[in-house]
Ligand binder design. Structure first.
Ligand code: TPP
Length: 640
């Protein structure tokens, strides 16, 4: 169990406060055999193995004066106490010598419980797993990355966490003391400012040089990561700090500061009153985007929409609620648009006409008011451009939408007169009719190409829905289920957001499925073939850690989106589209995803080309998942 701030670990409290550096020196002097053995090792190359002499030396009984090192806890034990204190369930990692001491402390001192170490096959996968976990759980997973090379692999997932505004806590191994680095690899794996390469897309980072500093910065980093807009943070765990006995920190008793999360910022009363007046007066208001960080956010959004009988488009809102609406006509019709944490509000209310002339057209009607509520207005970095184009709004409320909704609902209710209520009810009836009609149209559209081979996407989606609809299901990312899936609960859909980096869908799904496992929910995901091939090893992690996840491959045997881009360019250059598949097709040879799954200990079905085989294959895979294991169904599909 993690100790509270005022109650440091007993083991820590009882340890002898010996100076770590002095102990290290004593150890080396006491063991000339070991010092010599280290020098005898090859100096370069990742493949340098310890010599037989080194191994023998390390397994000999420890001399009495070196015992102090063992009895005195290494700094990494205290780091485990810090991670426990912060309530981490998991730490995802590829192993690496820069955090070998922390790794050993997690599994031995911490008993591999809270945090439990997840064995990953790519740092990119660890990061995306952490993103998926955070989207599902609302709090960070820790990720350990091995110095320069591990962070380089992790960087795309860090960028995803930054773009999606999800909290991830990265612990980065590094060796800052040049004379503490072993010759060879440890030099190419060390950096003077290790977090620099991802600083542009992390919210905060630090390099603690003492254990009290580590504790304070870890608590601060956690708080920063969890404050909207949330984001990834990096804490460098210097290898010397990990491996030195706790006596080396040079202060009084070690303590871990209390964690108090910042309350998300809510809009000021004046802004709320003004917006409430706009909403009640509007004839055709439209609410866009995502107010729901938590189930309560979804409940509040429904309450606001129902109070006004206003349509809601996008975000986490029940998919079959009569006020859930879609289609471009909504924007053109609205006289008031309220965007809740909409990342690309400009792109939502404008249509981009031509890249060469840079021309665009505003879609809203003359005089329509535009309001945004977003915590993104409170925090911005300049280099990476994921903040999108500047949007001209009539009112910009720099606040968290979910935290703002309670006062907004109250203010709206106060302003609703019987006459306005009657108008709202009329509007609600019209919207309900439109919503019923849209559902019917989606049902009809799904029947087109029903028996086609390769399998149509609506058929794939319908067969999967049919198999899961009576379970407590959750779509953990990848491709959405489509209009026919009945989303009722906040957790059933993972918010997309993010930076659309290929390679993230599978590990995101694995991380989210892990978060849902303890709730007994059925995690399903529709995976794209191109995306899946970036880092398929996440499937092995799912098998190894018994993470139940039903993956269905939307296998169109191509990077099809890019096929369409090349076709567009070929048209523009008037050269015909016959070669658009070159560099984009994923056939010859076809990838056997079911065999890949089986090779990693995951139940595999397919490739399925006959749509009539799909239902039974999903059923067999589902039985495996319901028994607590991952399974994959490879479906060869139409391109789109
Ligand atoms: C890391 C990265 N590299 C390249 C791209 C550009 N890109 C966008 S979509 C896409 C192909 C998608 O292929 P697939 O995942 O199979 O989906 P499909 O378009 O076939 O449905 C690529 C390469 C990207 N988004 N991310």
């Amino acid at each position: 169990m993690a100790k509270s701030a005022n109650q440091p670990s007993d083991r820590v409290g009882r340890r002898r406060f010996l100076k770590g550096a002095a102990i290290g020196a004593t150890a080396l002097v006491a063991r000339p055999d070991l010092a010599g053995a280290e020098q005898a090792q090859p100096q370069r190359g990742a493949g340098a193995l310890p010599s037989a002499q080194t191994l023998a030396a390390e397994t000999q009984p420890v001399p009495a004066d070196v015992q102090a090192l063992i009895e005195d806890h290494p700094g990494s034990d205290f780091m485990v106490d810090v991670l426990k204190h912060l309530g981490f369930e998991y730490v995802a990692a590829n192993p690496g010598s820069s955090f070998r001491s922390l790794h050993e402390s997690i599994v031995n001192y911490g008993g591999n419980k809270a945090p439990e170490l997840l064995t990953c096959c790519h740092e990119e996968s660890s990061m995306f797993m952490a993103c998926g976990y955070a989207k599902a759980e609302g709090k960070p997973m820790a990720v350990m990355a091995h110095s320069t090379v591990g962070l380089q692999h992790a960087s795309i997932g860090i960028y995803e966490a930054f773009g999606a505004q999800v909290p991830v806590f990265i612990i980065l191994g590094n060796t800052i003391d040049a004379v503490a680095r072993r010759p060879g690899v440890e030099w190419s794996h060390s950096a003077q400012d290790a977090a620099a390469m991802v600083r542009d897309y992390t919210k905060w980072d630090d390099l603690p040089i003492s254990l009290p500093h580590f504790a304070e910065s870890a608590v601060r980093a956690y708080k920063i990561a969890m404050t909207p807009p949330m984001g990834p943070v990096v804490l460098v765990a210097d290898s010397h700090l990990q491996e030195t006995g706790m006596g080396g920190h040079g202060g009084g008793p070690l303590r871990i500061p209390k964690l108090t999360l910042a309350r998300p910022p809510a809009a000021a009363a004046g802004a709320v009153a003004e917006l409430a007046a706009f909403l009640v007066a509007a004839e055709n208001p439209l609410i866009l985007g995502n107010a729901a960080r938590t189930p309560e956010g979804m409940r509040l959004l429904v309450e606001l929409a129902e109070t006004l009988q206003a349509p809601v488009s996008g975000g986490s809102f029940p998919s079959r609620h009569p006020l859930r609406q879609g289609g471009g006509g909504l924007i053109r019709n609205a006289d008031l648009i309220v965007g809740l944490d909409v990342n690309d509000l400009w792109g939502t209310v404008n249509t981009y006409l031509d890249q060469q002339t840079r021309s665009s057209q505003l879609l809203t009607k003359q005089g329509a008011k535009l309001v945004s509520i977003t915590s993104s207005d409170l925090y911005l970095k300049s280099n990476y451009q994921n903040f999108q184009r500047y949007t001209e709004v009539d009112m910009a409320i720099a606040a968290d939408p979910e935290a703002t909704l309670p006062s907004l609902i109250e203010a709206v209710k106060k302003l609703v007169t019987p006459e306005r209520r009657r108008i709202f009810e009329e509007r609600g009836k019209r919207l309900a009719a439109a919503s019923a009609q849209a559902l019917e149209q989606a049902r009809t559209a799904a029947t087109f190409g029903w028996d086609a081979s390769p399998v149509s996407i609506p058929r794939l989606s319908a067969e999967l829905w049919n198999a899961i609809k009576d379970h407590d299901w959750v779509n953990v990312g990848g491709v959405g289920g489509g209009a026919l899936w009945n989303v009722e609960k906040h957790y059933q859909v993972i918010d997309g957001g993010g930076v659309a980096a290929e390679g993230g869908d599978l590990p995101t799904a694995v991380g989210a499925a892990l978060a849902h496992r303890k709730h007994g929910r059925l995690a399903v995901s529709i995976q794209k073939d191109g995306d899946f091939m970036y880092a398929p090893g996440a499937l092995w992690t799912a098998a190894h850690h018994r993470i139940p996840l039903l993956s269905v491959m939307y296998n169109n045997r191509a990077y099809h989106q890019e096929v369409m881009h090349i076709q567009r360019m070929a048209n523009r250059h008037q050269r015909g589209i016959t070669n658009a598949g070159i560099g984009n097709s994923l056939s010859d040879p076809n990838i056997d995803f079911a065999a890949m799954a089986r090779a990693m200990g995951v139940h595999g079905e397919g490739p399925i080309t006959n749509p009539n085989d799909l239902g039974p294959a999903i059923k067999r895979a589902l039985d495996v998942v319901l028994r607590g294991q991952p399974a994959l169904v490879d479906v060869v599909t139409q391109p789109r």
